[in-house]
Design a protein around this ligand. Structure first.
Ligand SMILES: Cc1ncc(COP(=O)(O)O)c(C=O)c1O
Length: 400
């Protein structure tokens, strides 16, 4: 009898972590490596937020929190949804978890039975299918196309829905493509969902505050209020406030679902760290000017990377609306020979040859369920991004 659980055999290790690890190893060997794999802002958490945590410690806010979160944070979350998304949630309809990741896990644990299906548009954030698998569900992938800006089309959604569908996962702006849906695009998907009342929507709005130009962020329950009763709106402070290490995520939705998630969390972590919750109160209620400043920096980086990649032979890079990722196609280099003599047959070959030849670490698209592409995280300095793109240009120019 195997000691490890069967569910584990369905789970893959994270490709993004593997790339980061490989880059670290090469660096340790003395190689000059630029890592563009990591999905976290390179900024420090703002001082007012750090200060709020220090003050919480000094006040003695160091005990177990209520499982779903401290009331001031849950009220701040409800106020945030009203202020920024025009969504009415009572604070009791909110829950705080140990990062957005735990919120997603709670939701799947609370709802998935064996055989239940979760529709996941490709390319997807690597953790969705793995979480679904751990919780005993089945992922159904709905493909998007580069020509559609990697956005799910209503026909593809319609085709993916079956009587067993429990959830559709929406992630806008998206990790890995950076694609973000306009209000009209969400409305068109909502029309399909209205025909299938058994399907719930889990919207992962983690990158809400990272959209560029004149793009306006919208979320599905706001665009189609008839979906409010079957939507879990998820968000967090990790990306918007450069707080990845504080591990605070949150969601709001129908009370019965929130209570079920609370029950799971109560047997699992007993809630997110109290001190970090106080820091998150400051993030959501304190000055917000940090967000606009960062957005401007990210937008300049995005524009730089998109323009330089489009000047690389065989690479085609659409301009995404948000997040801090681009998802270029490398279809134009498939079949060509790398300096090592190896013929590039897949995006996985492309990224490993690029790392070997030029020391640039990016993640292959097949890890996100759609290729041949690769993901670049531009959450790093312009100087490094420029150098990395120059190396990609040189690498692609040398392919034969
Ligand atoms: C799309 C998406 N959702 C959720 C998360 C998880 O967020 P957290 O770090 O708050 O757990 C990430 C982090 O990479 C993400 O990219």
């Amino acid at each position: 009898m195997a000691f490890l659980a069967d569910a584990l055999s369905r789970v893959k290790p994270s490709a993004t972590i593997a790339v980061t690890q490989k880059a670290r190893e090469l660096k340790a060997q003395g190689r000059d490596v630029i890592g563009l794999g990591a999905g976290e802002p390179d900024f420090d958490t703002p001082d007012n937020i750090k200060q709020a945590a220090i003050e919480a410690i000094k006040r003695g806010e160091t005990k177990y929190p209520p499982v779903s979160g401290i009331q001031p944070l849950r009220e701040a979350i409800a106020a945030k949804f009203k202020r920024e998304n025009n969504l009415d949630y009572d604070w009791k309809q909110t829950i705080v978890g140990t990062g957005g990741k735990q919120i997603l896990f709670n939701a799947f644990m609370a709802t998935l039975n064996p055989g239940d299906e979760v529709v996941i548009p490709t390319p997807y954030w690597v953790s969705y299918p793995e979480m679904v698998a751990i919780c005993g569900g089945t992922s159904v992938f709905a493909e998007t196309k580069l020509e559609d800006g990697f956005k799910l089309q209503p026909e593809a959604l319609e085709k993916a829905i079956t009587p067993k569908t429990k959830w559709l996962i929406m992630n806008s702006p998206s990790n890995p493509s950076g694609a973000a849906y306009t209000g009209e695009e969400l409305k068109a998907l909502a029309e399909v969902l209205l025909k299938h009342p058994h399907v719930w929507v889990l919207t992962d709005d983690m990158y809400e505050h990272l959209t560029y130009g004149d793009f306006t962020f919208r979320t599905i329950a706001e665009v189609e209020p008839r979906l409010y009763e079957r939507t879990l709106t998820m968000n967090g402070v990790s990306k918007a406030y450069a707080m990845t290490g504080w591990r605070i995520g949150y969601a709001a939705g129908p009370l019965a679902l929130i209570k079920a998630m609370d029950m799971i969390q109560g047997q699992q972590t007993s809630g997110a760290a109290t001190i970090c919750q106080w820091a998150a109160v400051e993030a959501l209620t304190g000055p917000q000017d940090f967000i606009a400043r960062n957005k401007a920096i990210f937008q300049a980086r995005r524009d730089l990377v998109v323009s330089m990649l489009n000047q690389a032979n065989g690479i085609s890079c659409p301009t995404p609306e948000g997040a801090f990722y681009v998802y270029p196609s490398c279809a134009g280099v498939i079949g060509r020979k790398a300096p090592s003599g190896k013929v590039i047959e897949s995006d996985e070959d492309f990224v490993s040859e690029l790392l070997e030849a030029e020391g640039v670490a990016v993640v292959h698209g097949s890890a996100f369920g759609l290729g041949p592409n690769f993901r670049i995280s531009y959450a790093t300095s312009e100087e490094l991004l420029e150098e990395a793109c120059r190396r990609i240009q040189r690498f692609t120019a040398e392919l034969r």
